[in-house]
Design a protein around this ligand. Structure first.
Ligand code: PRX
Length: 663
C-alpha cells in the first residue's frame, strides 16, 4: 500500500454517516426490484452459491433466444464461454423485441442537441419502431459496403442518436463495432482502426461542443492517409461544416441510408459472437481492445441497469446517463443495458456548462428525468459553479442518483445527496470497468444503506473480494487487491490480438482470479472502498489513461529526450497529469515549449491527455537499475514531503534539484 492509500484507509474507517434508503423511494419508483437488505443478502448468497442456476434463470428471463442455450457456462480459466448453443441478437433484445411485444410507439431515445442558437434546444424522440426501421436501413447500407458477420466497423461519431443506431445496426447483421470517443485525435484513430483491421468507418462531419464544431470527418481523413485498408467512410451531416469527400471511398450517410429497405431481420448469433471491441488504457503505451461478446454482455448490462437504477417500464420513468457513448459507461448504460428495460434513455450533445452552467438541470426539468447517472468530476465542477444553478430548476422528478468512473469524495457525495437529490434520492456509487462490462459493486437503491465514498456491496452473481498477493482474503480494514473470484457473463473474453497481455494483465497475479488493477479495503460492515489503481493507470476526470501513453506522446516530440508522467490530486479532475520532461541539447526550456508540448500531446492522443503541469528537469530520479522512481515524482507533483525510501536512488542530486525547481 502507498502512503496515500494507508491514509485513505484511516479516513474511511472514521466515516460513520449512514443513509438508509429513503422509505418513500420504492413507492416513488413504482415498486423495488430488490426491496430490503435482507432480500439482497439472501439473493446474493444464493447467486454466488449456485451461480449457474442463477445466471440460467436470468438469461431465460431477460434475453430473447432464437434458439435456447444448451450449457450455462464452460469455465477453463481464464476462458469463459457463456450460454453455449444458444442463438440471440443484441439488437433484437434492445429493439425488435419491444416492437414485437406491442411497444413500437413508445419512446426509446430522447436526444437533445447542443443549443446552437438562442432558441430552444433541438430535441428528437425516437420510438422502438423508429429504431427498428433505422437500424435495418443502416444494416442494409453496411451490407451494401461489403460488411458481414464478424467484421469490425469503426464508429467515430458525436453524440447523435445515429451513433446508437450505428452500434445496433452492426449487431443486427452480426458485425462487431469499435466505437472511438470523438475527443480522440487522428493518430489515436490510426492505432485503433489498424488494430481492429476495420475497412469501414462511420463518422459525422462534426460535433457541437461549447459553441464550436469538433471536426470529426477531418480527423478521419487525416487518419486515413495512414490507413490504406479503409475502403468506405460514411459521413452523417450534423454541423454542415465544410468537409472533403473522397471519390470512391466516401459516402453521404443520408444518401446511402435513405435508399435502403427498412426490412432486415436480426441475424441469429452465437452467444459468444463478438459484439464489440472497446479500446482502453493499460500500463503500456498501446491501448488494448477489450473483447465483449453477445449474450453474456447483454445480460449483465440489462440486469444491472434494471436493478441498480430500479428501471421499470410503464411508470413514467426517464433515465439519463451523461456519459459519452465512446466509453463503456455509454455502451452499457445508455444503449445495451437500458433499451431492453423499456425506459426512455436520454442522450445529449455538448457540455454541462454550455450555453450556461445549468444545462444539466434545465434538461432534468425539461424531460422530467427520474434516474440520473454522472461522474464525480462533474459533481465537483457543479459544486464549484454554485448551488444557484440547480436551485433555479425543478428537480423533483429525480428518484435515483448514480456515480461512476472514480472514487467519489465524501464532500461531493454529500453535496449530490443534498443539493441534487433533495435528501430523498438514494445514491448508487457504481464500481466497475471496461473489462467487467457492467456494474460489479454498487448499492441497490431501495435496499442498501449507503455511506459517502463507499461503493458498498457486490451485485447479484458477483463474488468480489480483497486479497493479498497469494489470493488469501484479508481482514476488514486492511488494504489489498480487488479481485473477482468467479466468472461472470459480461467479463472480457480477451484483448484483441494479444492473448499474452490478457493473461498477464488480469490472470497471472493470482491464478484463477480476475485481478482488477485496483486496490481496495472493506470496512466493518463489509463494504468495499476503492483506494485507486495499483498500476500506472490514472483516472483523469473519470477517464482512464495510461501514464505510458502520455509519455510516449511526449517523447515523440523532437525536443524531448525522456518523460515521466504521474498523477497528482486535482480539485475537479480527481487526478491531474504531471509530466517531468528532459530536453535534448538544442532545446531551450521555456513557457513557449511547454505550450507546444501541451498541444503536441493533444494531437497525439486527444485533449483529455494534455498535462496539467509540465516540469523541465535535467534528469529524472532513477534507481541504480535504471527504473524511474515514480513514487518520488508523485510526491513532488503533489507538493508534499516525501517519506519514500531513497536509498536505491542512483543520483541524490537529481532529487534535490527537482525540489529546488519546485520552489
Ligand atoms: O479505478 C477504477 C475506476 O475506474 C477504473 C475503470 O475505468 P474504465 O475502464 O475507464 O471504466 C470507467 C467506467 C466504469 C476502475 O479500475 N472506477 C470506476 N468506477 C469507480 C472507480 N473507482 C472508484 N469508485 C467507482 N465507483
Amino acid at each position: 500500500m502507498s502512503n496515500d492509500q494507508n491514509d485513505a484507509i484511516k479516513s474511511i474507517l472514521e466515516e460513520n454517516r449512514v443513509f438508509n434508503p429513503p422509505r418513500e423511494a420504492a413507492e416513488r419508483l413504482g415498486g423495488a426490484w430488490i426491496d430490503s437488505m435482507e432480500s439482497y443478502q439472501e439473493m446474493w448468497r444464493r447467486s454466488v452459491d449456485e451461480p449457474e442456476r442463477f445466471w440460467e434463470t436470468e438469461a431465460k428471463e431477460h434475453l430473447h433466444w432464437f434458439k435456447p442455450f444448451e450449457q450455462v457456462l464452460s469455465w477453463n480459466p481464464p476462458d469463459a464461454r457463456w450460454f453455449e448453443g444458444g442463438l440471440t441478437n443484441a439488437c433484437h433484445t434492445c429493439v425488435d423485441r419491444q416492437v414485437e411485444e406491442g411497444h413500437g410507439d413508445e419512446v426509446a431515445i430522447i436526444w437533445e442537441g447542443e443549443p446552437v442558437s438562442d432558441g430552444a434546444p433541438e430535441i428528437r424522440r425516437l420510438t422502438y419502431a423508429d429504431l427498428q426501421r433505422e437500424t435495418a436501413r443502416v444494416a442494409n447500407a453496411l451490407e451494401s459496403l461489403g460488411v458481414g458477420r464478424g467484421d469490425i466497423v469503426t464508429i467515430y461519431m458525436g453524440m447523435v442518436p445515429e451513433v446508437a443506431i450505428a452500434m445496433l445496426a452492426c449487431a443486427r447483421i452480426g458485425a462487431a463495432h469499435s466505437v472511438i470517443f470523438g475527443g480522440f485525435s487522428a493518430s489515436a484513430i490510426v492505432d485503433r482502426v489498424r488494430d481492429a483491421d476495420s475497412r469501414v468507418i462511420l463518422t459525422c462531419d462534426g460535433s457541437w461542443r461549447r459553441g464550436s464544431i469538433v471536426p470529426l470527418k477531418a480527423s478521419v481523413d487525416e487518419a486515413c492517409q495512414e490507413l490504406p485498408g479503409v475502403t468506405s467512410v460514411v459521413t452523417l451531416r450534423r454541423c454542415l461544416n465544410d468537409i472533403e469527400m473522397v471519390d470512391g471511398r466516401d459516402h453521404d450517410w443520408h444518401e446511402l441510408v435513405s435508399r435502403q429497405s427498412d426490412d432486415r431481420p436480426c441475424e441469429p448469433m452465437d452467444s459468444e459472437a463478438l459484439l464489440f471491441l472497446l479500446y482502453t488504457s493499460g500500463s503500456t503505451g498501446k491501448p488494448k481492445g477489450i473483447v465483449h461478446t453477445t449474450a453474456g454482455y447483454c445480460l449483465h448490462a440489462s440486469v444491472t441497469a434494471r436493478n441498480t437504477f430500479n428501471l421499470r417500464p410503464d411508470r413514467g420513468q426517464v433515465y439519463w446517463c451523461t456519459a459519452d457513448v465512446g466509453w463503456i459507461t455509454g455502451h452499457s448504460y445508455i444503449v445495451y443495458g437500458v433499451l431492453p428495460n423499456r425506459v426512455p434513455t436520454v442522450m445529449y450533445e455538448g457540455a454541462p456548462n454550455f450555453p450556461a452552467e445549468d444545462r444539466f438541470w434545465s434538461m432534468v426539468e425539461r424531460h422530467r428525468v427520474t434516474q440520473f447517472y454522472t461522474a464525480p468530476t462533474a459533481i465537483r465542477a457543479f459544486m464549484k459553479w454554485g448551488d444557484e444553478h440547480p436551485a433555479g430548476h425543478d428537480l423533483s422528478s429525480l428518484m435515483v442518483l448514480g456515480t461512476v468512473g472514480e472514487p467519489i469524495n465524501p464532500e461531493a457525495w454529500m453535496w449530490y445527496h443534498r443539493v441534487i437529490g433533495g435528501e430523498r434520492c438514494p445514491i448508487v456509487d457504481t464500481w466497475w470497468q471496461t473489462e467487467t462490462g457492467g456494474h460489479m459493486i454498487t448499492p441497490q437503491p431501495c435496499a442498501t444503506p449507503t455511506v459517502p465514498g463507499s461503493c458498498t456491496l457486490p451485485t447479484l452473481g458477483i463474488d468480489a473480494a480483497v486479497v493479498d498477493d497469494d489470493g488469501n482474503e484479508l481482514p476488514h480494514g486492511t488494504g489489498g487487491l480487488l479481485v473477482i473470484r468467479k466468472p461472470w457473463p459480461s467479463m472480457l473474453r480477451g484483448i484483441h490480438g494479444d492473448r499474452d497481455r490478457f493473461i498477464e494483465t488480469y490472470w497471472s497475479r493470482i491464478p484463477g482470479m480476475y485481478t482488477a488493477g485496483d486496490a481496495a479495503s472493506r470496512d466493518d460492515r463489509g463494504y468495499f472502498w476503492i483506494l485507486g489503481r495499483i498500476d500506472d493507470v490514472i483516472n483523469v476526470s473519470g477517464h482512464r489513461l495510461g501514464t505510458a501513453e502520455v509519455e510516449s506522446a511526449l517523447v515523440s516530440h523532437v525536443h524531448v529526450v525522456e518523460a515521466a508522467v504521474v498523477g497528482f490530486p486535482h480539485d475537479i479532475k480527481g487526478t491531474g497529469i504531471a509530466a517531468f520532461v528532459t530536453l535534448g541539447p538544442r532545446a531551450e526550456a521555456s513557457d513557449g515549449l511547454k505550450k507546444t508540448l501541451h498541444t503536441h500531446v493533444g494531437k497525439e492522443i486527444g485533449a483529455i491527455a494534455k498535462p496539467d503541469m509540465i516540469r523541465f528537469t535535467h534528469a529524472l530520479p532513477k534507481t541504480r537499475s535504471g527504473k524511474i522512481m515514480r513514487r518520488l515524482l508523485r510526491d513532488i507533483a503533489a507538493g508534499r514531503e516525501s517519506t519514500q525510501d531513497t536509498t536505491t536512488l542512483e543520483d541524490l542530486t537529481v532529487l534535490a534539484k527537482l525540489r529546488e525547481e519546485d520552489e
